[in-house]
Design a protein around this ligand. Structure first.
Ligand code: ADP
Ligand code: MG
Length: 260
């Protein structure tokens, strides 16, 4: 193929919004010529580079929009440190069926047991499946709603949170909410109810939720909505952080003893 044809072809591909094919065509055409690749196979390889590049940029965009504070995946979760964890359930959740069924997932447990890690990991899985995902702390969401209310943008923010395919609500219950904030949060969760999944992490048992939301009737209604058809995962094992710290101390102690 001569240079002029190459230039025209590249321009056409760009006009068709296939910029990755445009950047790869010369190298792939050369490779095809040298290796006797058929026209069909060449075209297949070329279109695959475009699809792959689009999938990668879509994933990057989804991850950016999700605003995970730290990148954690299920692949890096150490199940040895969480002995009572139902691995089969996590594998099932990993497949994302719960999002299609609009079920919620609630991780309950002490600090350091990996709740945020697991919730983020599920969020990353959703992003990989092309699902619009948002990570926010309970406090962060309450503040955003409170500010939106004072700026008269509340319904827009509530609708925004209703539209995500998956909402990860982290650390619900660390700080008690004011009456207004509890009601605003209730509105978001009611809007999402049975329309989209929520993954929640909390250090509180359900019996203690009234302390955080203030009102017993509102808390009961909230729990009723959230726990209906939900997967509830009790993280009853020791804190991973604590275990790591103790391990490091033990190792340092052994080193000192060996050097003495
Ligand atoms: P929690 O949200 O329950 O307080 P985190 O998810 O923040 O706990 O976990 C604390 C730290 O320990 C994080 O850096 C997390 O990645 C790590 N961690 C916790 N559990 C595990 C685990 N089972 N395997 C690997 N890392 C873990
Ligand atoms: Mg956490």
């Amino acid at each position: 193929m001569n240079a002029a044809t190459h230039i025209l072809l590249r321009e056409n591909l760009k006009a068709l919004n296939c910029s990755h094919m445009a950047s790869q065509i010369e190298a792939l055409a050369r490779h095809a010529k040298e290796n006797g690749v058929s026209y069909e196979e060449f075209l297949l390889n070329l279109t695959e580079t475009e699809l792959q590049a689009r999938a990668e940029s879509r994933l990057k965009r989804k991850l950016r929009e999700a605003r995970f504070p730290l990148m954690k995946t299920l692949e890096t979760f150490d199940y040895e440190a969480a002995p009572k964890m139902d691995r089969r359930l996590i594998r099932e959740l990993d497949a994302g069926e719960y999002i299609k069924e609009k079920r919620n997932v609630i991780f309950l447990g002490k600090s350091g047991t990996g709740k945020t890690h697991l919730a983020t990991g599920l969020g990353v899985c959703a992003c990989r499946q092309g699902i619009s995902t948002r990570f926010v702390t309970g406090c962060g969401l309450a503040n955003e709603l409170f500010e939106a209310q004072s700026e008269r943008g509340l319904s827009r923010v509530i609708q925004k949170y209703a539209r995500y395919g998956l909402l990860v609500l982290d650390e619900l219950g660390y700080v008690p909410f004011s009456k207004e904030s509890a009601e605003l949060l209730f509105q978001v969760l009611t809007e999402r109810n049975e329309r989209g999944s929520v993954v929640i992490t909390t250090n509180l048992g359900f019996a203690d939720w009234t302390q955080v939301f203030g009102d017993a009737t509102l808390t009961a209604a909230l729990l009723d909505r959230l726990t209906h058809k939900a997967h509830i995962i009790n993280c009853t094992w020791e804190s991973y952080r604590l275990k790591e710290t103790l391990k490091k101390r033990r190792e340092a102690g052994q080193e000192q003893a060996a050097n003495a």
